[in-house]
Design a protein around this ligand. Structure first.
Ligand code: NAD
Length: 285
């Protein structure tokens, strides 16, 4: 008798818009390398109310998903619908990964662990000097907590919505000296690093989040935006000889960490990187 094939591990991504996401290819590539058949479903639902999100998460649990990633605009909205949060997700106040065990939903934030690992990998020497963080939205919060975990002593936060910058500064204050800055000039003054955590520079945007003249050669400059890989902001930093980190490593590490949460297996990074590069190349071509 022919054995039926093992059931695939069901994973997915909840958010909108997500049709260009590299997540399906990255997770399926990680699974293929670990001998796990993965089916990764895009669950694109726009403008879901709390009631709709509750219903979607209930369905995901009933269908038998091992877990899902969550992206814009639901990373904060799903929080009250989960049974438990890990320490990072609770601190950040946002979830990008939900695992499902015995019918219970657990929230994690691998944007934080992903950015932390990416910066360690990309920037040879991270000191403890001030870092300017531009953007205090979902990803900005995750980056802020990653910077604190990296031992950065002072985080200067700029957001055009000052309430968001102030709220993040308050939440970080237990772990480092964090404060909201009224303008990018004062945030970047003698800063050791500058991080763009806004969507500015993500195509079709070709703008810079802050004026290029605020960057200096001796700084490290990181961008969370990954399309294009070298944003106008990073191009300006490279032009003056600053050390740069693109959004690629963060994307790859957050996917690898999420895969480990879903399956209990730490995947190799190379197939995830290759899958990411193939998606970006196809999108550009
Ligand atoms: P968000 O809308 O939650 O937050 C963006 C924040 O930036 C907002 O608070 C907004 O007020 C602020 N902002 C926008 N323009 C600004 C400017 N010129 N100056 C100061 N503040 C400004 O968005 P998000 O979910 O945090 O996503 C941000 C970017 O991160 C997106 O482009 C997204 O694609 C990218 N992202 C990358 C990864 C990765 O793994 N590399 C993961 C998730 C998201």
């Amino acid at each position: 008798m022919i054995e039926p094939p093992a059931k695939p591990v069901l994973l997915g991504l909840l958010g909108a818009p997500i049709r260009h996401s590299a997540a399906p290819r990255m997770h399926e590539a990680a699974g293929a390398h670990c001998g796990i058949r993965v089916h990764y479903q895009l669950i694109e639902v726009a403008e879901a109310s709390a009631a709709t999100l509750r219903m979607l998460l209930g369905s995901i649990r009933m269908i038998g998903f091992a877990g899902i990633n969550v992206t814009f605009p639901y990373k904060e909205a799903v929080l009250p619908l989960l049974d438990s949060l890990d320490d990072t997700a609770r601190a950040v106040g946002a979830v990008n990964t939900i695992t499902i065990r015995d019918g219970r939903l657990y929230g994690h934030n691998t944007d934080t662990t992903g950015f932390e690992k990416a910066l360690r990998e990309e920037i040879a020497r991270i000191g403890q000097g001030p870092v300017a963080l531009i953007g205090a939205g979902g990803v900005g919060r995750a980056v802020g907590f990653a910077l604190a975990r990296l031992g950065i002593g002072e985080i200067r936060i700029v957001d055009r919505d000052t309430a968001k910058a102030e709220s993040l500064a308050r939440d970080l204050s237990a772990s480092c000296h964090a404060h909201a800055c009224a303008d990018a000039e004062s945030a970047c003054d003698a800063a050791e690093g500058v991080v763009n955590a806004t969507p500015v520079g993500m195509l079709p945007s070709t703008a810079l989040p802050i004026p290029a003249k605020l960057l200096r050669q001796e700084q490290w400059v990181a961008d969370v935006v990954y399309y294009p890989l070298v944003t106008p902001f990073l191009a300006a930093a490279r032009a003056i000889g600053a050390t740069t980190a693109t959004g690629r490593a963060m994307t790859v590490h957050q996917a690898a960490d999420a895969f480990q949460h879903f399956t209990g297996i730490k995947p190799p990074l190379a197939p995830i990187q290759e899958a990411f590069d193939a998606v970006i190349a196809a999108r550009a071509g």
